[in-house]
Design a binder for this molecule. Structure first.
Ligand code: SAM
Length: 340
């Protein structure tokens, strides 16, 4: 017992080095390493360095780190290529690419997390410290007043929604719902998955005008016309009529007071039997991913991740019950409640 244990040290090292691994992934992604090696597998470090306009010494270090993280494969010579994992998730144009979310992690979450201590002391998000701008409304003040930041944010949402959309769309039997409204539905990624999974359903995506004006940009090439877009503010404007309201990563952005404003409007628009489908990460202490995502909400938003029973309580105040949950083990869980 007097000697440090190997397993303990391994666990501590892994935690201390987590940020280095994250930043290696973000940097390789930002510098286009996975895109390059997808197009031209088998380059050596000097060739990669030339293509990404970087120093050979720096590139060797980055490529070596990516190999050790399981993102690149190398061989005797040594030349490099993407692993299956990188091919599936890391280059920009793969169908399940997480490139957009990784950019968001690097450009937005990384600076916010460098002020985590202040976030913990103050219990508020850190946009002002990280970016010199106070965020009264996270979306209008922070993400949507600059076109490239807006697109980066939308790409980030889109990438996670595309990877998770099918798991959420198929978590429950939704066959009794013919019209759905995805509130804050952003690029429509989840709406398109819903119409794919439910041939009878049409979906209205309701989001701020700055977002809706970009919808063509994210329009999938093969789809029928069952997804439409309506611009508005879900705190102020009338909500489109629907039998099923979807709230994917919406409630976690807001404190309880604002959640109640929105749920009251949905409750008033619903007749008995109408549904609310939440897609959120349900807070669960056994799952590190959800707890860290809770810190992410603290540093980034006015809101918080919540437990299944917290969501059930919030919804019950507006007449929704008979709640059911599916833990998808994907990025987002699914939660269904029905208007009584
Ligand atoms: N539902 C999408 C998903 O899960 O991929 C996007 C989630 S994103 C965290 C929150 C969305 O809510 C953004 O698309 C944002 O534009 C939208 N939003 C924020 N405030 C809004 C408001 N007042 N009215 C309508 N939409 C709003």
């Amino acid at each position: 017992d007097s000697e440090p244990k190997k397993e303990d040290l391994q666990q501590i090292i892994q935690l201390m080095d987590g940020f280095k691994a994250s930043k290696a992934l973000f940097t390789a992604s930002k510098m286009g390493v996975f895109d390059l090696l997808q197009r031209k597998p088998g380059l050596d470090a000097a060739q990669v360095a030339q293509e990404i306009k970087a120093a050979v010494k720096g590139t060797e270090g980055l490529l070596g780190a990516c190999v050790s993280l399981g993102l690149l494969q190398t061989s005797q010579r040594p030349v490099y290529k993407n692993t299956d994992l990188a091919t599936r998730y890391l280059w920009s144009d793969s169908p399940f690419s997480l490139h957009g979310y990784i950019q968001h992690c690097n450009e937005t979450l990384w600076p916010l997390f460098s002020h985590l201590e202040s976030a913990v002391r103050e219990g508020t998000n850190q946009h002002e410290r990280a970016f010199g701008k106070k965020a009264n409304d996270l979306f209008q003040d922070t993400y949507y007043n600059n076109q490239s930041v807006k697109l980066r944010f939308m790409n980030a949402m889109h990438s996670i929604a595309k990877v998770t959309g099918k798991a959420v769309a198929t978590a429950f039997d939704l066959s009794s719902y013919k019209t759905a409204c995805d509130l804050g539905g952003c690029t429509g990624a989840i709406a398109y998955e819903l119409t794919k999974a439910h041939p009878e359903m049409s979906v209205t995506v309701f989001d701020l005008p700055e977002v809706v004006e970009m919808s063509e940009h994210f329009h999938p090439s093969h789809t029928d016309n069952r997804v439409s877009f309506v611009a508005g503010d879900f705190f102020k404007d009338e909500l489109p009529k629907a039998d099923l309201y979807i709230l994917a990563r919406i409630l976690h952005d807001w404190p309880d007071e604002k959640v109640h404003i929105l749920l009251k409007k949905i409750g008033d628009a619903c007749t008995p039997g109408c549904g609310v489908l939440l897609s959120e990460i349900l807070l669960n202490e056994d799952r590190t991913y959800s707890a860290l995502q809770g810190l992410n909400m603290l540093a980034q938003t006015e809101g918080m991740e919540r437990t299944e029973s917290q969501y059930a309580d919030l919804l019950s105040k507006h007449g929704f019950g008979d709640t059911r949950v599916v833990r998808t083990m994907n990025f987002l869980d699914a939660f269904l409640a029905v208007k009584m």
